[in-house]
Design a protein around this ligand. Structure first.
Ligand code: NAD
Length: 330
């Protein structure tokens, strides 16, 4: 994995020093800056560059973030241009319009595809080695667009996909069973959006399927409760946006988790959006499946043994995304 270097003034001399890792963030709005702050708190990287059309606001964000350096971790944070993408191991893209109240993520696709057509060629002028991590919505469509525009291998263009939805699902199940959500294993797959699929058949606690776990502690999780939890996950973004206008904390935590798995080569299994390799008869579309993520990006996509209904729902999700992709002009 490449390392980034910088020249620094030390007294009256220039010294060249090595940082451990560099991340570039394109789009320093609510998602981009919350991610930058979470990354700073985490102490994973030595260098973070923020790039955005709105230079003045980005300068302000950078000042604010830097003022936390003495209280958090030694990290070099600065406002930059596309040239500063050089040397970054991961480039996170959170630029673009955000979802408006009542607007679906798919409604956003035309506006944000046009933005990607501007920014991706500028990034790859300076960096074709990095792993691209897309957060901009509709994330499955834009990850596909980013891969097509950049020409990079699909394993190095990853969408944050349903890492957020999976986290919401696990949190709700943790609440239901009064358990630490980190010990609840369950996935949301498919589109990061209305057609996403909750994989109830494989949800487990300590390796026990939910029905077995319920039996062991004398509780139950009836179908109407399952439907309610799935709906809460699916509608979470609408609920949050109608109250506070945007979502950013949980997605930022999800982005940090993905970046951590890449930079530390952890091979963590996370639900992210990637080009489906023909599983479930699905081709030529980005959607989320659990995948092992390491230093090369997507190391391996898992083919879950879904039940018939889940498989049908996943294929339906793929159809919806295909219909949108048919309108994509790249
Ligand atoms: P925001 O409006 O706060 O920030 C967007 C930023 O993009 C702004 O700073 C804007 O100046 C910048 N931008 C716009 N066009 C640009 C261009 N051509 N070049 C460089 N910068 C440009 O929005 P936000 O709340 O930060 O959301 C950003 C995106 O992330 C949205 O598409 C939103 O829907 C998405 N999002 C994704 C998830 C997820 O789970 N994947 C979750 C929340 C939000």
């Amino acid at each position: 994995m490449t390392r980034s270097w910088r020249k620094r003034i030390c007294g009256d001399k220039f010294v060249t020093e090595q940082f451990t890792h560099k991340v570039a963030i394109v789009g320093s709005g609510k998602v981009g800056t919350t991610f930058a702050f979470a990354l700073q708190l985490n102490g994973l990287v030595g260098e973070i560059v923020l790039i955005d059309l709105d230079v003045q606001r980005t300068e302000g964000e950078v000042m604010d973030l830097n003022h936390a350096v003495p209280l958090t971790n030694p990290v070099h944070i600065y406002q930059g241009t596309y040239q500063d993408c050089a040397g970054a191991e991961v480039i996170v893209i959170a630029a673009g319009s955000a979802q408006r109240p009542q607007e679906t993520r798919l409604d956003l696709f035309r506006r944000n595809t046009a933005i990607f057509k501007q920014i991706i060629p500028q990034i790859i002028q300076y960096n074709t080695e990095a792993i691209f991590l897309i957060a901009t919505n509709p994330v499955d469509i834009l990850s596909y667009a980013a891969q097509r525009i950049s020409g990079l291998p699909a394993s190095r263009v990853i969408g944050s996909g349903t890492i957020l939805d999976t986290s919401r699902f696990r949190w709700l199940l943790g609440q239901y069973f009064s358990l630490d959500a980190r010990n609840v294993h369950a996935y949301i797959i498919g589109e990061h959006g209305d057609s996403e699929v909750a994989v109830w058949s494989l949800a487990n606690i300590a390796g026990m399927p939910l029905d077995q776990y319920c039996k062991s502690i004398g509780c139950s999780i009836p179908v109407e409760h399952r439907k309610n939890i799935s709906a809460q996950v699916r509608n979470a973004a609408y609920e949050i946006i109608s109250r506070k206008g945007a979502t950013f904390y949980a997605v930022a935590a999800g982005l940090v988790r993905i970046v951590e798995s890449i930079l530390r080569n952890q091979n963590s299994v996370l639900s992210v959006s990637n080009l489906v390799p023909g599983y479930y008869d699905i081709q030529d579309v980005y959607l989320s499946l659990p995948a092992a993520i390491g230093q090369h990006g997507i190391e391996h996509i898992l083919e879950l043994p879904l039940d018939e209904q889940e498989k049908n729902s996943l294929q339906h999700s793929a159809h919806i995304l295909h219909d949108i992709l048919d309108q994509l002009e790249i």
